[in-house]
Design a protein around this ligand. Structure first.
Ligand code: AMP
Length: 272
């Protein structure tokens, strides 16, 4: 594996590779990230992983300065999983002082995660577009855990006519059902006990939805009743295009939950 910081250098490496799989991350890698890498390996891709804590997607009151970092461990994980190139650019090389920007779709990017984090997805789309232009991957591996993010990136790829295949990857959970996330290091044992309710509630609803006639409002109410002592930001049911769903349609529904725990935003979802 080679580690590259320089943009011109990675462009030169990527230019003549024909089956590139790309996994963008913010580092502090865990089994969720590893599952994306392994999926890419199965497809015999030339694998590029990026680690870049993107300042543009953090709002002022967020944890940019203390976002978890563990470069040594990240490098080992990438090596052990046969990543070809680990790309770790510097912010000063990614962003110029004045530059054109992508503004995300107001309707779908300023709801759910966008309510409390205005312009978060502008930051995400800008960096992803930059990284895609640098790497020019054939396949982009993204986690379904970040449902809104994946759908907005897919829309951007379509809108800008990029020839990139998005591979949606399943959420990886710890044994207690909590979806893995780099920010989970902020959680105490007690927080985790409370959060275990989230996946349980999602699974319970999934098992109940056996036809296309279930009203979303009823499911939302049921989940709310199952989440005890949790500060709920939202429970929402949308279709795979992120549009509010009145009824849960099997194969076209995502149930999303966001809770605030110990000043950390924990999100989870289930795709039907
Ligand atoms: P992050 O480093 O948090 O920006 O995540 C980088 C990529 O890994 C994104 O596509 C995430 O959706 C994905 N990812 C993060 N956590 C998980 C997880 N628990 N299971 C699967 N994919 C994940």
């Amino acid at each position: 594996m080679i580690i590259v910081n320089d943009i011109e250098q990675i462009q030169n490496i990527c230019r003549d590779k024909s089956n590139k799989g790309f996994i963008p991350t913010m580092g502090a890698l865990h089994k969720g990230h590893i599952s994306l890498i392994q999926k890419s390996r199965l497809n015999l891709d030339f694998i590029i992983v990026s680690i870049f804590i993107n300042p543009a997607q953090f709002s002022e009151n967020e944890d940019l300065d203390k976002y978890p970092q563990n470069a040594k461990n990240d490098i080992k994980i990438c090596q052990d999983n046969k990543v070809d190139v680990l790309f770790m650019p510097l912010a000063k090389d990614i962003y110029q002082d004045y530059e054109p920007k992508i503004i995300s779709d107001k309707i779908d990017a300023y709801k759910l995660e966008g309510i409390n984090r205005p312009s978060h997805f502008d930051g995400v789309l800008n960096v992803v577009m930059k990284l895609l232009n640098i790497i020019t991957p054939n396949k982009l591996y993204l986690g379904k855990k970040d449902a809104q993010q994946i759908i907005l990136i897919e829309k951007m790829i379509k809108s800008f006519f990029l020839n990139i295949n998005v591979i949606r990857c399943e959420s990886i959970r710890d044994d207690d059902g909590i979806a893995m996330s780099s920010r989970n290091i902020y959680l105490s044992k007690n927080d985790r006990m409370k959060l275990m309710q989230v996946n349980k509630a999602l699974q319970k609803c999934k098992n109940k939805i056996t036809n296309n006639k279930t009203k979303s409002d009823i499911i939302i109410e049921e989940i709310r009743n199952n989440l005890i002592k949790l500060e709920i930001n939202y429970i929402s049911i949308v279709n795979h295009k992120l549009k509010q769903a009145k009824y849960t349609i099997i194969s076209d529904t995502i149930i999303l939950i966001s809770v605030n725990i110990n000043n950390t935003n924990y999100i989870d979802n289930i795709w039907l």
